[in-house]
Design a protein around this ligand. Structure first.
Ligand code: SAJ
Length: 415
C-alpha cells in the first residue's frame, strides 16, 4: 500500500523510514518546510541512533518523500504532538490531531485505513472519527453505520525508548485498538508488514488508555523511589544502600531516584489520565507532583552544598533528560544546572559530553561548558545530575577531597 505519515518528529520520522524500508512508498507530511527539505535531501533534523543512514537509504531509493501537504494514500498514520493546552491546568490539547484528521478526511477514499499513533486522551480516536464524518458525509464511518463502513480507523500507540527507537519500533509488541474489530484487523495487517513483535488487537479506547497507563506506571514507580530518597535525606540514611538491600527481596524492584522526571512522555501522559478522571486518579496525580517536587528538593540541597563551600568552583555533571542521550528537552538536570548558574555565575562549570554549547538560558550567567577533565581539575564541588556512562567510570581517587552530591547514585562509594 501507499502510506502517508503525518508528523515527522521523533516518532513519525523513524516510523515513516521503517515502513519505507519494508517496501511501501511513503509520503511524509510536516508543517515545517525546513524539516521537509532536510528529509528530501536524505538528512535528518533529530538525533536518533542509526536513523540518519536509514533515512538516507529510503530517500535515495525513492521510497520516502516529504511535503507540507497531505496526499492521497491507502494507509494514513498520524503522529503529531499532543501537548498541554496553555491554560496551566495540564489539559490535553488534541487540536493537532483533529487538524490532521480533517486534512486526511479531504483526500480519503473507500477502503482507506487511518491510524492514530499520537499519545492521546481516551476518546480521541472516536472524536477524530466524528470530525472526519463531518468533513466527509459521503463516506460511511466505522461505528456510525449499520452496514460495512467505507474506511477503517484505529489507535495504535508507539512505545519506543528514545535512543533505541528503530530497534523498539520493530521488536516491541503493539496494542492495536480498532473503532470496530474489523478496523483493528485492517490496522493489524498493516503493522504486520514491519513489526516483528506481537500485535494484539483491542478497541480504540482501551488502546488509548493502555498507552497512558504504561507511562503512568513508570512515573508512579519513579515517584516511589524519589519519595524514598527525600525520606532518606531527612533521616540521614543512604537511600542507595536501602534500595539495594530491599531489591534483594524476590518481589521488590525499586527504581532509581534522580533529580526528577524529564522527557516529553512520562512527565506528560499521566496528566491525561488525571484530566479524564480527576477524582479517581489520586496516586497518579501525586506521583507527578512528587517527581516535580524532587527537582526542587535537589536544587535546594545543591544550593546549600554550594553555600557551604564559599568561593569554590562547582561542576554540574550532565544536562540531558536521561543517561547516554543528547536530548535536553524537559530535563530536570538542565533546570537544576541553569538555576545554579543564575545564582552562582562563573563559579559554575557544566560538563555535558553530548552538548556542543550551553542552552540559551545559560547566556549571561558566566557559567561555562567544560570537559570532564577540566572539571575534575578545577572544581571542588561535584553535582551529578545525569547518569551518563562517562561519568560512572570516574574512579574515587579522581574525586578525592571534593564535596559530592550524587543525585543519581552513580558512585557507590558516595552516600
Ligand atoms: N528515571 C529515573 N529513575 C528511573 C528511571 C527513569 O529518574 O529509575 C527518569 C529518567 O532519568 C528520565 C525519566 O525518568 O528523566 C524518563 O525516562 P525513561 O527512560 O523512563 O523513559 P522515556 O521518557 O525515555 O520513554 C518512556 C518509555 N515508557 C516506559 O518505559 C513505560 C517509552 O517506552 C515510551 O515509548 C516513551 O516514554 C513514550 O514515548 O511515551
Amino acid at each position: 500500500p501507499e502510506v502517508c505519515v503525518i508528523g515527522l518528529g521523533y516518532i513519525g520520522l523513524p516510523t515513516a523510514a521503517i515502513i519505507a524500508r519494508a517496501g511501501c512508498p511513503v509520503h511524509g507530511v510536516d508543517v515545517t518546510q525546513n524539516v521537509v527539505d532536510t528529509i528530501n535531501r536524505g538528512e535528518i533534523h533529530i538525533e536518533e541512533v542509526d536513523l540518519d543512514g536509514l533515512v538516507q537509504a529510503v530517500v535515495q531509493r525513492g521510497l520516502l518523500k516529504a511535503s507540507t501537504e497531505v496526499a492521497p494514500a491507502d494507509v494514513f498514520v498520524i503522529a503529531v504532538p499532543t501537548p498541554f493546552a496553555k491554560d496551566g491546568n495540564h489539559t490535553p490539547d488534541t487540536s493537532y490531531v483533529m487538524a490532521a484528521a480533517k486534512n486526511v478526511a479531504k483526500v480519503l477514499k473507500k477502503g482507506d485505513v487511518v491510524i492514530l499513533e499520537s499519545t492521546s486522551p481516551v476518546g480521541t480516536t472516536e472524536a477524530m472519527r466524528d470530525a472526519m464524518a463531518a468533513e466527509r458525509p459521503d463516506l460511511a464511518m466505522p461505528g456510525l453505520t449499520d452496514g460495512q463502513p467505507d474506511v477503517s480507523l484505529a489507535y495504535c500507540p508507539e512505545r519506543v525508548l528514545p535512543g533505541k527507537i528503530l530497534e523498539e519500533l520493530t521488536h516491541n509488541d503493539r496494542s492495536i485498538g480498532g473503532i470496530t474489530p474489523r478496523c483493528a484487523r485492517k490496522a493489524l495487517a498493516f503493522y504486520k508488514r514491519f513489526v516483528k513483535g506481537e500485535c494484539v488487537t483491542t478497541d480504540a479506547r482501551s488502546a488509548e488508555m493502555t498507552k497512558l497507563v504504561e507511562n503512568s506506571f513508570r512515573d508512579v514507580n519513579i515517584a516511589f523511589a524519589n519519595e524514598l530518597s527525600m525520606i532518606a535525606d531527612k533521616q540521614g540514611l543512604d537511600v542507595w544502600e536501602v534500595i539495594r538491600l530491599a531489591n534483594r527481596h524476590p518481589r521488590v524492584n525499586i527504581l532509581t531516584p534522580g533529580p526528577g522526571v524529564g522527557g516529553h512522555c512520562i512527565a506528560v501522559d499521566p496528566w491525561f489520565i488525571v484530566h479524564g478522571a480527576p477524582e479517581e486518579a489520586k496516586i497518579i496525580r501525586q506521583a507527578r507532583e512528587t517527581n516535580d517536587a524532587k527537582m526542587h528538593h535537589v536544587l535546594a540541597r545543591a544550593k546549600s552544598l554550594v553555600e557551604a563551600h564559599p568561593g569554590a568552583k562547582i561542576a554540574c555533571l550532565g544536562l540531558a533528560f536521561k543517561a547516554n542521550i543528547d536530548d535536553f528537552r524537559e530535563s530536570p538536570a538542565r533546570y537544576v544546572a541553569a538555576s545554579l548558574a543564575r545564582e552562582f555565575g562563573e563559579r559554575v562549570q557544566v560538563v555535558e559530553p553530548y552538548a556542543g554549547e550551553l542552552p540559551k538560558e545559560f547566556d549571561g550567567t558566566g557559567a561555562e561548558l567544560v570537559d570532564i577533565d577540566t572539571a575534575l581539575e578545577e572544581s571542588d564541588v561535584l553535582i551529578t545530575l545525569v547518569d551518563h556512562d562517562v561519568f560512572k567510570v570516574i574512579p574515587p581517587e579522581e574525586r578525592q577531597g571534593k564535596a559530592v552530591y550524587d543525585t543519581r547514585g552513580i558512585w557507590p562509594d558516595v552516600a
